[in-house]
Design a protein around this ligand. Structure first.
Ligand SMILES: Nc1ncnc2c1ncn2[C@@H]1O[C@H](COP(=O)(O)OP(=O)(O)O)[C@@H](O)[C@H]1O
Ligand SMILES: [Mg+2]
Length: 341
């Protein structure tokens, strides 16, 4: 069968979703969702628990039938060409799909065989992917002995066996510790560098910022905002710079100093006495540079300086005027990006 609608290579769009609806009884899991993912890019679908993210991913990977609406992935229609579509996608869920009893290598080899790869190719692919995801040393150990991060990397490797054109990552780092989360981000970046189109769901603004170029914010089955990540970030007020002087006595003088700087558009600082830090809202890289420069010029010794992104809750508040439906955890502080002074 030929691909209907537009072939992905014709219009540069790898995923299109139009008017997608899925109800569970009274629950409107998806309530008319529209979405486009450009080829070779990462689309972040950001939303709290219950927003409909997994429902969307399941429909796009043909695991679930929608009540209404249309979607194509890599040019294939989700309803009319499910078999062809499945051949060009990869899927990694929030919960690892690997067989715990089997060694990492066996897991990958088995998936390769399920995908109809000849034995030799399946073997080579398993070796290759274990290497790429830094799991070669653990190849022979049962997956049950892997750390959380290794499991998630094995899961990512598994989703790559069939050389997918489009990869669905459903909350790939939820439940991971900050260091492991960074490892997974690095792997995803590598995959994207290889030309894969990714639709990534997440509850973390920081994850979206790390990986996605465009963002679709969903809440209760509806798209409430969308666009280029940087634009959305600017809309919700950019970042906060957290400056921690080595000497706590310098907290207030430092805050006062920064308020006196007269940097264009710089909002006033707040002092976090408990955290021993001055918080400076930053709207641009220029402001960031100016603030760091001013601190350096005053010769104040700092113990740390980090930037923080708005939490999902803050994003929702500024975009919609109400809080996200479910309470969210903040990103663990350890992952906050360090800024060189
Ligand atoms: N199989 C199901 N049966 C009934 N309700 C469901 C089912 N799957 C999801 N839901 C409901 O649909 C909504 C969206 O769920 P989901 O797509 O899992 O959201 P998310 O992945 O963003 O957390 C939630 O209210 C959820 O409780
Ligand atoms: Mg989910």
């Amino acid at each position: 069968m030929t691909r209907i609608d537009n072939n992905a290579s014709d219009d540069g769009i790898a995923v299109t979703v139009r008017g997608m609806v899925k109800h569970y009884g009274e629950t409107k899991a998806l309530d008319g969702v529209d979405l486009d993912v450009r080829e070779g890019t990462v689309m972040g679908v950001l939303g709290p628990n219950g927003a409909g993210k997994t429902t969307l991913v399941r429909i796009l990977s043909t695991l679930l039938q929608p009540d209404a609406g249309q979607a194509t992935v890599a040019g294939y229609d989700v309803l009319r060409q499910p078999r062809q579509l499945r051949r060009v996608i990869g899927l990694t869920g929030q919960y690892a799909s690997v067989d715990e009893k089997l060694p990492g290598w066996e897991n990958l080899y088995m998936i390769g065989r399920l995908l109809d790869l000849p034995r030799k190719d399946a073997r080579r692919r398993a070796d290759e992917l274990l290497e790429r995801f830094s799991l070669t040393d653990a190849a022979k150990r049962p997956a049950s002995t892997y750390s959380g991060g290794m499991r998630r990397r094995l899961d990512l490797a598994a989703s790559m066996i069939g050389r997918p054109e489009v990869l669905f990552l459903d909350e790939p780092t939820t439940g991971l510790d900050p260091r492991t989360r960074n490892e997974v981000w690095d792997e995803v970046k590598t995959m994207v560098g290889g030309g894969v189109t990714v639709l990534l769901t997440t509850q973390y603004m920081e994850e979206a910022e790390q990986l996605a170029s465009e963002l679709t914010v969903v809440d209760r089955g509806k798209v409430i905002a969308g666009g280029v990540v940087d634009e959305l970030k600017a809309k919700v007020g950019g970042r906060t710079l957290r400056v921690r002087p080595a000497d706590p006595l310098q907290l207030r003088p430092l805050a006062g100093d920064l308020d006196q700087l007269g940097i264009t558009g710089l909002a006033s600082t707040t002092v976090d006495t408990q955290g021993g830090a001055v918080l400076v809202p930053i709207l641009s890289d220029e402001q960031l540079t100016a603030v760091v420069g001013a601190i350096t010029a005053r010769g104040i010794t700092l113990s740390s300086i980090t930037t923080e992104l708005p939490s999902l809750d803050e994003v929702f508040l500024s975009l919609t005027g109400h809080r996200a439906s479910a309470p969210q955890d903040a990103m663990p502080t350890e992952t906050r990006e360090e800024v060189a002074v």
